[in-house]
Design a protein around this ligand. Structure first.
Ligand code: SAM
Length: 240
C-alpha cells in the first residue's frame, strides 16, 4: 500500500523523474562503504524500500540480493530493472522476513516515510533483527539539507524524446514532518499533457536521536557527512 501517487499510479514515471541520479556510481560507493564496515563476511543484501530496484540492478552481480517495498507498482518495475533478484511487498515498520542479511540498505530518504519516532524505532529494531552479527546497515536520512529546506523551491526535469516531465515543490514543515506538495506536469507523445499534485510527508528525524535509537537497537552507529549523493549524509550501523 502507498499513499504517494509517484509510488503508485505514477510509478511508471519514477525512473524518468530520478534520471538525474547516478545509481551505478552510488552502487560503487555503497560497495566501498560495505567493504570498509562489514564484519560478518557474507554477501546477503536486503534493500528496504527498494523502489524500482535501480541500486539492486548494479549490486546484484556482487551480492545475493533481496528487495522489499510497500508499493506493488514500484516492485513490478523493480522486477524488470533487476531480473534475478527476489522482491517482496513489505512495510519496513513491520518487517518479518525470517532471515538475516550481511547488509541492509534503506536509501533516498525512504526511512522518512515512517514519519514518527515510534515507527522509526520499530523500523531500526527490524533492521537490527534482520542483520547477522557484524552485518552493516546503511540508511540515507530524510532530514538532510539537500533534501529539505523549508520554503525553498525545488525542480527536477526530464527532457526525453518520448516525454517531458517537470516536478516542482516548495517544502513546508509541519512540526517535525516535511510536507512536500509535488506538482507534476507530464507531456507524452500523442497525448494531452497531464497535471498531478502528489503530497509526500516525511519525518525529519534528528541526527543524535536517530543515533541513540540505532544504539538501543544493538548497532554500533555513526553518522557520515559525505554519503552517496552530493550533499546527502548517511547513517552506518554495525550489528554488535
Ligand atoms: C523515494 S523512493 C526510494 C526508492 C529507492 N530506494 C531509490 O533509491 O530510488 C521511496 C520508496 O519507499 C517506499 N516506502 C514508503 N514507505 C514504506 C514503508 N513503510 N515500507 C517499505 N517501503 C516504503 C515507497 O514505496 C518508495 O518506493
Amino acid at each position: 500500500m502507498t499513499d504517494q501517487l509517484l509510488h503508485g499510479e505514477l510509478a511508471k514515471y519514477y525512473d524518468k523523474i530520478y534520471s538525474f541520479k547516478d545509481y551505478l556510481d552510488e552502487a560503487i560507493r555503497l560497495q566501498n562503504l560495505i567493504m570498509k564496515h562489514l564484519e560478518s563476511g557474507g554477501n546477503a543484501l536486503l534493500d528496504v524500500a527498494c523502489g524500482t530496484g535501480l541500486h539492486l540492478k548494479h549490486l546484484k552481480d556482487d551480492f545475493i540480493c533481496m528487495g522489499v517495498d510497500a508499493s506493488k507498482a514500484m516492485l513490478k518495475i523493480a522486477r524488470k530493472n533487476a531480473p534475478g533478484v527476489t522482491f517482496k511487498e513489505a512495510d519496513m515498520a513491520k518487517l518479518q522476513l525470517g532471515k538475516q542479511f550481511d547488509v541492509i540498505t534503506c536509501l533516498l530518504s525512504s526511512v522518512g516515510y515512517v514519519k514518527t519516532y515510534a515507527n522509526l524505532k520499530r523500523t531500526i529494531q527490524n533492521f537490527s533483527s534482520h542483520l547477522k552479527k557484524g552485518g552493516v546497515a546503511l540508511i540515507e536520512p530524510s532530514h538532510a539539507e539537500a533534501f529539505y529546506v523549508a520554503g525553498e523551491p525545488r525542480i527536477s526535469v526530464y527532457d526525453g524524446k518520448d516525454a517531458k516531465i517537470a516536478r516542482v515543490n516548495v517544502a513546508k514543515a509541519k512540526q517535525s514532518t516535511a510536507v512536500l506538495n509535488m506538482h507534476i506536469l507530464v507531456a507524452e507523445k500523442g497525448k494531452d499533457a497531464q497535471y498531478f499534485v502528489d503530497t509526500h510527508e516525511l519525518g525529519l528525524f534528528d541526527v543524535d536521536r536517530t543515533l541513540d535509537i540505532m544504539k538501543e537497537a544493538g548497532l554500533k552507529a555513526k553518522y557520515l557527512k559525505a554519503g552517496l549523493m552530493a550533499g546527502r549524509e548517511l547513517f552506518v550501523g554495525v550489528k554488535k
